[in-house]
Design a protein around this ligand. Structure first.
Ligand code: APR
Ligand code: PHB
Length: 394
């Protein structure tokens, strides 16, 4: 087989890239290790920045998002019972976010892929990129007991944190930056009306909590748990009891509970690999960087890589601008570090981590107080929450 771009991984990064390239007339094949249902079963954040929403529209898949997604002009932070609103719209001169689950984003992208003429190969085993430094790279994979080969111009590694793409780069060519936080978020999805019409981030002595949602009838709640906690240890009842203890009183009284649809623990990690490219291989999304979930920047930062690579490839194939290839990593990393810094900052402000010194804890409390009490503080939080602009690529 032969194509222009092989995309490894059919998560949101791979699917969105595939769809944008398809729209630009660039042929691509997606190779995914698991089944479509398995991909759709992963529950992740659902807060879309304007830049992400615009990319979905550009890819021709924004219709259901615009119809069913909820536009949010603000969110709340509750600190030991005291609630403050961050008015995103007013503080950013009109910007908002869209609440639309990643599962729905993925479903819309999968449907568009099925309608397009591009090939997707699910349950592709032992995917392996080859000859990355040559003019003729290729990818091999196994399916139905046979080994297949796809020759291509470039390879997009969209295969997440545990994928093969990053591992295919010699380790001496990469630098990894990492912070693993002690603890994670236990998330519960339920068919109950959200306790508040906007998201509420809760900073509490018992630990962080978040009230989020997927729709008017589906809620997503999180509580911070310890590093050794396992999801099986937490019954639904224990979850609701603990959440109520962390909620401001009036919200705890309003909370509607029900059996969970899904429950899982999201680890908290900050991770970046530099550079995000090696010869003909580019890394995108979770393959190159991870953020803790606070602030929902994972999907949005992945989207800015997709924007950068799809824009560069459009210029490479349309205008012969092969000089841009070498700039991919540098352009991506500027915005990646914006997302990393913001997620790290918001995590520190709203959590109490076991490895934070008492001094640092006091500094974070003072900083949160400053943010919530001043217009400039709230503005800085709001501007980053709605998403900083993408770099122009010339
Ligand atoms: N071969 C083929 N596919 C693979 C391989 C492999 N060796 N390893 C992993 N994959 C697939 C996974 O099965 C998964 O479907 O790559 C996909 C990677 O998807 P995500 O982990 O969702 O990564 P990404 O698309 O970059 O996600 C960006 O969305 O899922 C969230 O946390 C993620 O917020 C981040 C954002
Ligand atoms: C979610 O709805 O899953 C969510 C929302 C906001 C976050 C993280 C997760 O900051």
């Amino acid at each position: 087989m032969k194509t222009q771009i092989v995309i490894i991984g059919a998560g949101p990064s791979g699917l969105l890239l595939g769809q944008l390239l398809h729209k630009q007339g660039i042929a691509n094949i997606i190779l995914e290790r698991v089944t479509p249902d398995y991909v759709l079963g992963r529950i992740r954040a659902g807060v879309l920045e304007q830049g992400f929403a615009d990319l979905m529209r550009k890819a021709g898949v924004g219709e259901r998002m615009d119809r069913e997604g909820e536009v949010h002009g603000g969110f709340e932070i509750a600190c030991n019972g005291q609630r403050s609103r961050i008015d995103l719209k007013q503080l950013t001169g009109g910007n908002t976010v869209i609440i639309y689950g990643q599962t729905e984003v993925t479903r819309d992208l999968m449907d568009a892929r099925t309608k397009s003429s591009q090939t997707s190969i699910y349950e592709a085993k032992n995917v392996q990129p080859h000859d990355l430094m040559d003019d003729h790279p290729y990818v091999t994979y196994e399916k139905d007991g046979k080994t297949h080969r796809i020759d291509c111009d470039y390879i997009a590694g969209c295969d997440g944190f545990h994928g093969i793409s990053r591992k295919s780069i010699p380790s001496e060519c990469l630098t990894e930056y990492e912070r693993v936080y002690p603890g994670g978020w236990l998330g519960l999805l339920s068919d109950t009306p959200p306790v508040n019409h906007e998201l509420v981030y809760i900073c509490h002595d018992r630990g962080f909590a978040l009230c989020s949602m997927r729709s008017k009838t589906r809620s997503r709640y999180y509580i911070q748990v310890g590093s050794s906690d396992k999801v099986e240890q937490w019954s639904d009842e224990d979850f609701w009891t603990e959440l109520k203890k962390r909620l401001p009183k009036e919200l705890a009284e309003k909370l509607v509970t029900s059996p969970s649809i899904e429950k899982s623990i999201a680890p908290m990690r900050s991770f970046v690999v530099e550079p995000m490219q090696y010869g003909k291989l580019f890394l995108l999304g979770d393959a190159a960087h991870i953020v803790p979930p606070t602030g929902a920047k994972g999907l949005n930062t992945a989207a800015s890589d997709v924007y950068t690579l799809s824009t560069i490839l459009e210029k490479v194939y349309g205008q012969g601008r092969t000089d841009l290839i070498a700039k991919y990593s540098e352009i991506c990393l500027r915005r990646v570090w914006d997302g990393e810094r913001f997620s790290w900052w918001m995590s520190n402000l709203l959590h109490k981590f076991a490895d934070t010194s008492q001094f640092e804890q006091k500094i974070y409390e003072s900083e949160l107080n400053f943010i919530l009490k001043t217009e400039s503080g709230k503005k800085a939080l709001a501007e980053q929450y709605v998403g900083l602009p993408y770099d122009t690529i010339e």
